[in-house]
Design a protein around this ligand. Structure first.
Ligand code: NIG
Ligand code: FE
Length: 412
């Protein structure tokens, strides 16, 4: 199968096989009026139509960009997609002045979603997850990470991850599943958090690994959740299972999560609202990708992660939705880019690189995804806009006109 995308105002893309940091974080290559040829699942050509026609036979299919620009499909490297139940009541309570922590302490927060997710049947959870994936796709996301962490027992975690495995077969968005039984200590273990850590190590991880349901593992390292010492133990078996390491780090309190991510060889560290200067240096030295989640800052009316300090230190910054019912309820990467620019101070180029190439790097997939280059997977988005600056400049609307995943037009 061959597909040719024609009549684009421009093709705009980061370039590279790995994360872009420092000055490269703002480098977006622009190919005016270029065409993109997809051959099977792969990009075969980016350049002028004349050169294309000299080098290739006519394509089997043509997609007319109608003067819109073409960018790589977005990669969302941090979500909590398979959840049941909503928490709009907490949204109102926050508007009235309560904090996320106060609401969690009074029985709301993660445990409320845990109860609803445990109660949901696998079919219901699949239905909800598919609706979110479809919204992601319509907003230009072609690959998404997705975590468990609302089961918090063997059965519940397996159910969430099985849903992701089934969902991957039923729709075009590629899913990178992450095991996160260490998202919170469930109510039945509150008297004995150490017992829950042991349950994860002895029973939950082995069960997940036995079914091959995860590619990575994540821990919420936070005051009152999992300590740095517990986090070390929870991540120690990752290598043996072949899981990539991710960390929820320095979200509510500067606990040294970034330093820990560097020490443990994590691929990514997320949140980082309270990252310390030493933490930033450690991330840079270890080459950990900082996954910044400005949706959470916006939704919880909290501070933004110090993205300018991170980038100045040479840390590659990626953006993600953190899509979840409590702290960032959105599937839209463009919305996240808008917040990254208007709230956290990124430039539109930095935000585009963060939502594509660096987001792929946060999942260890930058060799295959995140840019429009010959040999990479043919995942792209045609925008109803002349250039990608409109993704942040024209805010609050969905500019995605077409989506191509693995060389197939999946949004027409
Ligand atoms: O990434 N930080 C911890 N977990 C989620 C929030 C989950 C929830 O509130 O349900 C997060 O923000
Ligand atoms: Fe999260």
């Amino acid at each position: 199968m061959s597909l040719l995308v024609v009549n684009a105002s421009q093709v705009a893309t980061p370039l590279g096989q790995g994360p872009a940091c420092g000055a490269a974080q703002s480098r977006v290559a622009v190919f005016p009026q270029a065409v993109v040829r997809c051959q099977g699942e792969t990009i075969a050509f980016v350049g002028s139509l004349e050169e294309h026609d000299r080098l290739f036979p006519p394509p089997q299919e043509v997609l007319d960009a109608q003067g819109g620009c073409v960018v790589p499909g977005f990669v969302d490297p941090h979500t909590h997609l398979p959840f049941a139940g909503y928490r709009e009541d907490e949204f109102d309570r926050r508007l009235a002045g309560e904090t996320y922590a106060q609401i969690a302490a009074s029985g709301g927060g993660i445990v409320k979603t845990v109860a609803a997710t445990r109660q949901a049947s696998e079919e219901e959870l699949l239905r909800l997850t598919l609706r979110r994936l479809s919204r992601q796709l319509l907003h230009g996301t072609t690959t998404t990470e997705a975590k468990s962490g609302y089961g918090l027992n063997t059965e519940g975690e397996l159910k969430q991850l099985r849903v992701l495995q089934r969902a991957a077969q039923l729709q075009p968005v590629e899913i990178i599943p992450t095991a996160m039984p260490a998202h919170e200590v469930p109510p039945e273990w509150r008297h004995n958090p150490e017992g829950y850590v042991e349950l994860i190590l002895q029973e939950i991880y082995p069960a997940i690994a036995a079914e091959g349901l995860a590619q990575g593992v994540d821990v919420f390292c936070e005051n009152g959740v999992f300590s740095p010492e517990q986090t070390r133990r929870l991540l120690a078996p990752a290598k043996a299972y072949g899981w990539r390491i991710h960390l929820h780090a320095d979200e509510l309190f500067p606990l040294g999560g970034a330093e820990l991510a560097a020490e443990l060889g994590a691929l990514s560290a997320s949140h980082l609202l309270h990252v310390s200067p030493q933490g930033i240096r450690a991330l840079a030295q270890a080459g950990v990708v900082a996954v910044v989640l400005p949706g959470v800052s916006f939704f919880l009316r909290d501070r933004y992660a110090p993205v300018r300090d991170l980038m100045a230190a040479g840390v590659p910054v990626a953006l993600a939705t953190d899509c979840n019912p409590g702290s960032s309820h959105t599937e839209s990467m463009a919305t996240i880019m808008q917040l990254a620019c208007l709230g956290a101070g990124m430039s539109s180029e930095e935000a585009l690189v963060a939502a594509t190439l660096n987001a792929a790097a946060a999942l260890g997939l930058a060799h295959r995804l995140g840019s429009l280059e010959v040999g990479k997977q043919a995942d792209l988005v045609v925008l109803d806009a002349p250039n990608p600056k409109h993704l942040v400049y024209h805010f609050g609307v969905n500019l995605v006109r077409h989506v191509v995943k693995k060389g197939r037009v999946v949004v027409r």
